[in-house]
Design a protein around this ligand. Sequence first.
Ligand code: SF4
Length: 303
Amino acid sequence: MPSPIIRTFSAHYREKYGHGVGKIPVDMGQPCPNRVHGGCIFCRPASFTPSYLNNTEDLAKQVSAGKDNLLRGRFKKYFAYFQQETCTAVAVEQLLPALELLLADADCIGLILSTRPDYVSEQLLKRLAELVKWTGKECLFELGLQTIHERSLQWLNRHHSFADFQDAVWRIKSVGCFEVGAHLIFGIPEETEADMLDSLRTVCELGVNALKLHHLQVIRDTPLQKLYRQGDVALFSLDAYIDFLLKALPVIPAEVTMHRLWATAHPGLLVAPRWNILTSHLSETLRQKMAAAGLHQGQAVKG
Ligand code: SF4
């Protein structure tokens, strides 16, 4: 089978399993530890929380609501997706039984744990590896990094370093039964195109299996909105971001799964940029431009 122009999440898992696979967000209901420091300046979980998701309900009810509201019969198989907050900050004794319960559903093919690089304990890796090996299911750690540049990490109020990310990637990969992914944000003030591509190349060289790419978005009632109102933040236009992706995708190895190529948010909470374009149209525009330019993911990767 020829490599796709872009190895999207849907293309990758359709190729792997022969059918589509969805994601069902679930939430342990515990706040991210970075909130005691004010949280990352762009973050407001409500901007990406599905309207049906109620984190006071037990996980079985959350999954059932996800099947009704998200999968809607399009997909039977799914990943349980801990997208909200920092799930691995939950005590291992509380988290492990929850993960075991989710993996017991035959339709759940695995876990996606979105978390911070400084909240991946050895105890969790050891206990979770036993569970993953025993069930034979998948487990992807999605590490929020956003940028490799320390000045930008401080500006975003991340409260971790790039070294924390490197250390987490090495430790997760050394276990042998996990995949690891990274979140990156493009358009952080004072980062040049070279800085952004440097972040991308560096995380790829560390051997990540998956990427979530976002353009910087301003969400209502965040510290970033205040800076934006003061005129301190310039955002990507739609055309400029597509042009950037045309340079970024070729440097990403062809085997890396692209879970996301741009940020999305509830329209009522999104301040800027408001591109007013359907994601399906954006996707198609990008593909057409890649095809017209003879580009594909991985094209510029040496070796
Ligand atoms: S670490 Fe993640 S969940 Fe926590 S404040 Fe930052 S972006 Fe939000």
